[in-house]
Ligand binder design. Sequence first.
Ligand code: HSE
Length: 308
Amino acid sequence: MKKIKVLAPATIANLVCGFDILGMALKAPFDEMTLSLTDEPGIVIKHTDEYNLPEEPEKNVSGAALLALMEEFKKPVGFHLTIHKHIKPGSGLGSSAASSAGAVVAANHLLGNIFSNEDLVRFAMNGEKIAGGVKHADNVSPCIYGGVTLIRSIFPLDIIPLNVPDLFITIVHPQIEVRTSDSRQILRKEVQLKNAIKQWGNIGGLIMGFMKNDFDLIGRSMEDVIIEPVRSILIPGFDEVKLKCKEAGSIGGGISGSGPSIFMLSKDEETANKIEGIMKDIYEKIEVDYKTYVTAINTEGVKIVEAQ
Ligand code: HSE
């Protein structure tokens, strides 16, 4: 096999209360990536999208992830990578993770699947470091494993895939860019004990809610008393979206990753579509450009669509 095309999905990191430890893969949007093995060692990257991202391997998130993989592969190898992004950088939908994860999953297939999913997450975290300044696995892990994953630890990696009910996800992406590095810098470095107690109660509740298909428990647990109060200030319409969508029957939701996208979960597609209408009404009224998605959980992660 010399050439492979993959679709790398968007992801929602944090799932409100699980900052840096929980993430969910989505069916849409996704990036398209084609990777070829070449005789000439090294990496050549080309973007065919509109986002003007750096193409030098050391500065490109896919390049950084591939370099980490090549270092462990040890034998000289060369790659040509073409990326067409549909997940806008700075959207809070795991754009950099899709690029990093897609590249290493594709490379692993071309090299005969010698690396484990956990190895691939470790390589892909190097891309996250370039994008956000720190290694975190809550986007790259669900992107590679599919579904919802818990990152119990990143050093050493301990990834736990969770059983979750079928859920529908409605997303509104206000067209403002929030850089992950900026939205991490504004966070307070210390947490009050009373807030920590609420947060870990919610994380435990959310995971049990997923495992027991208990939608009320999922909804009660989707509360963040540490990160959301700080970050939501950057997102126009945030409080109104959350309140009105919950009143209309959404289970719960909040900031997707580091924002500015907002996601809301629903039990069925009909409610998810109704939520989309509410989001559109709010952003029309406050005159901020936006994009919406109604999607579902992607259980397979990065998908191989062509291999030659
Ligand atoms: N957990 C990370 C954050 C995700 O919230 O900063 C960034 O996409």
